[in-house]
Design a protein around this ligand. Sequence first.
Ligand code: HDD
Length: 713
Amino acid sequence: MKNFQDEKQRDLSINKSDGTNKFLTTDQGVRINDDNNSLKAGERGPSLLEDFILREKITHFDHERIPERIVHARGSGAHGFFEVTNPIPELTKAGFLKEAGLKTPVFARFSTVAGSRGSTDLARDVRGFAVKFYTQEGIYDLVGNNIPIFFIQDASKFPDLVHAVKPEPHNEMPQAASAHDTFWDFISLMPESMHMIMWVMSDRAIPRSYRMMEGFGVHTFRLINEAGESTFVKFHWKPKLGTHAVVWDEAQKISGKNPDFHREDLWEAIEMGNFPEWELGVQIIPAEDEHKYEFDLLDPTKIVPEELVPVTIVGRMVLDRNPDNFFAETEQIAFHPGHVVPGIDFTNDPLLQGRLFSYTDTQLSRLGSPNFHEIPINRSVAPVHNNQRDGHMRQEINKGRVSYHPNSLGGGCPYQAKIAEGGFASFNERIDAHKVRERSESFADHFGQARLFFNSQTDVEKSHIVKALRFELGKVETTAVRVRMLGLLSQVDTQLAEKVALGLGATVPPVLETPINQGVSPENENGNQEPQTVDSSVDSSDALSMLKNPTNSPTIASRKVAIICSDGVSEAAVLNMKSALLKEDAKGFIVAPHLGSVVTDADGAVAADYSLLTASSVLFDAVYIPHGLGLDLLAENDDVNEFINDAYKHCKVIGADGEATKILSAAPFVAKITNNDDGLILSSEPGTQSFALDFIAAMAQHRFWERETNLYN
Ligand code: HDD
């Protein structure tokens, strides 16, 4: 079988440039003799207009920036491939899904939504999960998120949603945060957002890593087979490392310590050969089941519970190569849900329909020209021939005098493809309807699945949702907005609303106090539906909980451990832990009071990776304090105490052996340590093999949530 895995890299190589052992030149290829001084009239005189080298350099610099994405401005991406594992030719004629083992090159970009390009990775936010497939039949973009639903049901509300969440227009605050009045004002008037709000207030909105999040196509799409038959489909990406999050206090601290936390994590994992991997799954809904469920498949605020339609894995995506140039690749890549190939088609989901307009339009202002498809990262590996011509920055040199169809002067070329030749033909859905501005009554349930999500969470996850809402609404200054939100929350779950209210020092209102915009115009009598609650036919779904998620496998691959050392540390203990971690594809980093080396008990030296000034426990998954001398010094060090205290508060594994166990007694949380805390791995024997294995086994459980009851009750 022919594999296309490297085809995009070959294509990109035409545009790559490397200045090693080359002369410095102008953009016109003229060698530059002096790049340090401008041309002047006398050595202390004014610069001369004639200096084409200076003018060219500064002009180019002046125009380096392009508009950032209106949403999803902050992101990171990588190259890789998609491999079919379980082909579905009976459902789709899409070539890249048809044959087992077939590999298609991809570029994936992950992002936050609300923040600017320079904002923190750890904002509480939805994460974009966009994948460009360079298929043999043209570009296919799966432009999804890490949350399977959306805030709104109709694209016409998207500008309002984004205006509400972005920094407020009068003072441009706050950056990359939904915790402010305009966002919650809007949400409190949009009950259709309640399901999404449950997800965004959960820890899904603060992932541990891009590599540890699920991805979803969100809308129901169609698969089309050779016979032209349509099946409904929902797309899922399931991460090989499981779905994991950090906690909110940790997220806020990471934002200060390392705002590039996710970007760096993705980059480093790929550089180290820990290639991020996801399985692509599909939920298949036969055409005849379109109206079978209590929700509408066209409503993007609803999931199809996995209990009703299981996810079938069809392939896997591996990201194995970092970009060479962030701007050229990650910034200039242009995704579009309307980039589909034969075998995949749209549904009438009104959010999707609006997106089909928006994405090309935005590239015109962001990338500046209808020729954005010619930018190397956007270029199809399937041949492109048509009668589109000219425009800013056109690269292609179209030969001949013909740029129209039909033509006889060009022999009718380029010619149309029959369906059997791979020509795209839209699914011939029959539509017989009135032209209306209305919302279907089948979209009126705004609370049923919000409740299903909440009910599916563990107590720990529920308490995180309560705290997130207390935080977000606590930052809202307008009391009426907070109260309206409590009213909406009470329709999801009364206990949830009561608990949030407690944190806000408010009371839950008995009924909704304000008339709520139901997405209908006031004149439209037919459309004035009250929001309803339709109970979900599924009471609870483990797939919705991160902690119960059946796909989470216990692995510590690519996790980072801080090994706190000072002079006199046990060399054997450090080396033993490092090698045990390496065997599991994880890595230990030496954190010491200063950079340089730490002298060991065996008169050897270990090199410090970080000093206590440059590291912090929020940047690691676990902390190990090895046996050794100098512990008294460490015990008196506030930075060490903060390190351990945070690791404890964030429910991470802390290990200490030999003398080092004593250091824990200096930590302020010591009173809270209970004997049955499985996340504290202590051993009186220094550096044993079994200690390292216990430590690793504990790390594989990610976090020890039992502690939270100790800390927050
Ligand atoms: Fe969107 C970017 C995902 C609704 C309009 N969107 C964008 C990106 C992702 C999504 C992942 C970043 C792509 C990249 O990395 O470059 N958007 C979604 C999902 C949605 C959604 C999963 C709901 C299911 N989006 C949505 C609507 C509209 C837009 C309803 C407009 C009507 N989205 C845009 C945009 C962006 C964008 C303004 C900004 C930059 C870009 O397109 O290329 O056109």
